[in-house]
Write a protein that binds this ligand. Structure first.
Ligand code: AG3
Length: 275
């Protein structure tokens, strides 16, 4: 019996390899190469331009950590924006917060939304919720056109190549600051300290120049390069490290806890040395 394996080359000389059960869909969209693959170990997976975006088995880590850390940092997140995130995982977590009145998702690639709904229904299933508005469009432009509007903005992008390059620039963070209300909070996924240390250093430097409170936190995501993933928070007023106990309300999670909310900001030495 022949075996089919999928490799993401995470660097020029290192990668992750997964045994494939079947290929569900492949397509060159207007923006990127999209693949939906059923794997033996991680279930259905979405790849964009050959990079793992999400898997049924470990998606909860990334989506919970992108959403709940900033949402519990803000005392009353009513109006929330997700840039990217067309698979709907962050939106699903955002909706667990009863204060959220409206969640807008802006993803540049409608095909990601379409095929996530088809092959990742437990991730994308909440995109049709009445509190959600889905826009297919350029997140950079959406940010540039927004002012004093959002309580929390989450940037759930691909890597800084292809369609997401603009989303890792200082100009974009300045736009986010303008799009946020005066006490707004934002978070972005900022890759890993093993293979892209300078990206973390640069993003932290840029965000620090714009936001009075800048923090870095990590989560363990087995299908992403090195497994040690980082997120950068920029906040105008609220410090994610100073969330009072009574702020935390019960939500159903598999990774995030109120204890972890504090612990995730404790960094290994080689990571804190980057910032
Ligand atoms: N967005 C960040 C994925 C980065 C993974 N990088 C890689 N595989 N080289 C994930 C989207 C999930 N909603």
């Amino acid at each position: 019996m022949s075996e089919l394996w999928y490799t993401e080359k995470q660097t020029k000389s290192f990668g992750i390899t997964l045994k494939v059960k079947q290929t569900l869909h492949t397509e060159q969209t207007d923006f990127q190469y999209l693949e939906m693959v059923e794997t033996e170990e991680f279930g259905n997976m979405l790849f964009l331009d050959g990079m793992v975006m999400t898997s049924q088995k470990d998606e909860f880590v990334y989506h919970e950590m992108v959403a709940h850390v900033p949402l519990f940092t803000h005392p009353n997140p009513e109006n929330v924006l997700v840039v990217g995130g067309g698979d709907g995982g962050v939106i699903r977590e955002v909706l667990k917060h009863p204060q959220v009145k409206k969640a807008t998702l802006v993803d540049i690639d409608g095909k990601v939304i379409e095929y996530s709904k088809k092959y990742l229904p437990e991730i994308a299933g909440k995109l049709d919720d009445p509190r959600v508005e889905v826009k297919v469009g350029d997140g950079f432009m959406h940010i540039a056109e927004s002012e004093n509007e959002y309580d929390v903005i989450m940037v759930d992008s691909t890597e800084p190549m292809g369609p997401a390059v603009n989303l890792f620039t200082k100009g974009f963070y300045a736009g986010i600051s303008k799009a946020l209300k005066e006490d707004g909070v934002f978070v972005a996924q900022t890759d890993n300290p093993w293979f892209t240390p300078e990206l973390i250093t640069n993003v932290q430097r840029d965000v620090k120049e714009i936001f009075p409170i800048t923090r870095l936190y990590t989560a363990n995501i087995p299908t992403y390069p090195s497994g040690l993933w980082t997120f950068t928070i920029g906040s105008k007023k609220y410090d994610p490290l100073e969330v009072s106990e009574d702020r935390f309300h019960e939500i159903e999670t598999k990774y995030y806890t109120k204890e972890l909310h504090k612990a995730c900001f404790v960094l290994p030495k080689f990571v804190s040395d980057l910032i």
